[in-house]
Design a protein around this ligand. Structure first.
Ligand code: CAA
Length: 289
C-alpha cells in the first residue's frame, strides 16, 4: 500500500470464507471496498459469499438495508478458489483455521504472490505475529488484525504488531480499521492479546463449574447473563466461538504463559474429542438441531 491513508479504491483480499473471513468480507464490502474472497476451492468461497448474501437479504427484509445497496455490496465481492487471484490486492487479511502450520504455509505463499508493497494481515486469535512474519521477506508489513464474532456486529479490532512490524504498517491498518467502522486497539504480540487472554479463562472456568456439577449448563448461563449482564452465557458463547477454537486458544495460553490457571478443562477436551464443537457441528454444551 503506497498511500499513507488507505482509500476506498483499495482492493482487499481475504483468505478463508468461513464465519470470520465471510464477516470481514461483508464489512469491507459494506464500507465500499472491493473484496476478493478466497478459499481452498471456488465452491467453498462461493458458499461463503452465499452466506453473506443471506445475511444481507435478512437486513433487507427487516428494512435495515435497501435491496439495491445489498446488491451493490455483494457485487463488490468476488469469490475465488486460488490464492494467485489475490495478486493485485494491496492488503490481504488471512482468516483461515487457527492452525500454525496452515497459517505459515499461507503466508509463505502470499509473500510470493502479492506485490512487495502489500500488507499481509492475520486474523489469528492466538498465534504469534512475529512467528508468522518470520516466514515472509516483508516482516515489517505483517500485522495482526483480530476481529470478533459476529464481525458485522462487534466493534473491536485488536491490531497486533510483531517484533518487526513498522509504524507505517500500524498506522495504515489502524486507519483501515476505522474506515471499516471499527474501533482499533493496539496490542503487543503476547498470547491471547487482550480479549482472549481475559475471556477464554472465563469460558474455561465455566466448563470446570459444569464438570464439577456446581450448576446445570442452562443455569450457569442464566447466572452469568442475569448476574453480570453478559449478552450470552459463557457456555453459549463457547459454543458460538467453536469449542475446538476455545481449546486451541487455551492450549496456546497454557503453553506460552505457563500458569496452571490456563489449563484447559478436561470436559472441554472431551467435547472436542467427541466432535461436539458447538453451534457449527449442531451440538456443544447445547443442541442446535
Ligand atoms: N453473523 C453475522 N451477524 C450477526 C450474527 C452472525 N452470526 N448474529 C447476529 N448478527 C448481527 C445481526 O445481523 C444484527 O445486526 P443487523 O441487525 O444490523 O443485521 C446484530 O448482530 C445484532 O443481532 P440480533 O439483534 O439478532 O441479536 P442480539 O441482540 O441477540 O445480539 C450478538 C447477538 C451480537 C451475537 C450478542 O448476543 C453478543 O454480543 N454476543 C456476544 C458475542 C461475543 O462476545 N463475541 C466475541 C466472541 S470472542 C471472539 O470472537 C474472539 C475470538 O478469537 C474467539
Amino acid at each position: 500500500m503506497s498511500n499513507d491513508k488507505v482509500g476506498a479504491e483499495l482492493k482487499i483480499g481475504i483468505v478463508g470464507a468461513g464465519q470470520m473471513g465471510g464477516g470481514i468480507a461483508q464489512v469491507a464490502a459494506t464500507s465500499g471496498f472491493s473484496v476478493v474472497l478466497a478459499d481452498i476451492s471456488l465452491d467453498a468461497a462461493q458458499k461463503g459469499l452465499a452466506a453473506i448474501q443471506k445475511r444481507l437479504d435478512s437486513q433487507v427484509s427487516r428494512g435495515k438495508l435497501q435491496a439495491d445497496d445489498a446488491a451493490a455490496i455483494s457485487q463488490r465481492i468476488s469469490a475465488v478458489g486460488e490464492l494467485e487471484q489475490l495478486a493485485d490486492c494491496q492488503l490481504v487479511i488471512e482468516a483461515a483455521s487457527e492452525r500454525v502450520d496452515l497459517k505459515l504455509e499461507l503466508f509463505r505463499k502470499l509473500d510470493g504472490i502479492c506485490h512487495e508493497d502489500a500488507i499481509l494481515a492475520s486474523n489469528t486469535s492466538s498465534i504469534s505475529i512475529t512467528t508468522i512474519a518470520a516466514v515472509t521477506r516483508r516482516p515489517q508489513q505483517v500485522i495482526g488484525m483480530h476481529f470478533f464474532n459476529p464481525v458485522p456486529a462487534m466493534k473491536l479490532v485488536e491490531v497486533i504488531g510483531g517484533l518487526a512490524t513498522s509504524d507505517d504498517t500500524f498506522s495504515k491498518v489502524i486507519a483501515l480499521a476505522e474506515q471499516l467502522g471499527k474501533s482499533p486497539v493496539k496490542c503487543q504480540d503476547k498470547a491471547g492479546f487482550v480479549v482472549n487472554r481475559i475471556l477464554l479463562p472465563m469460558l474455561n472456568e465455566a466448563c470446570f463449574v459444569l464438570e464439577e456439577g456446581v450448576a446445570s449448563a442452562k443455569d450457569i448461563d442464566t447466572a452469568m447473563t442475569l448476574g453480570c449482564a453478559h449478552p450470552m452465557g459463557p457456555l453459549t458463547l463457547a459454543d458460538f466461538i467453536g469449542l475446538d477454537t476455545c481449546l486451541a486458544i487455551m492450549e496456546v495460553l497454557h503453553r506460552d504463559l505457563g500458569d496452571d490457571k490456563y489449563r484447559p478443562a478436561p470436559l472441554l477436551r472431551k467435547y472436542v474429542a467427541a466432535g461436539w464443537l458447538g453451534k457449527k457441528s449442531g451440538r456443544g454444551f447445547f443442541s442446535y438441531e
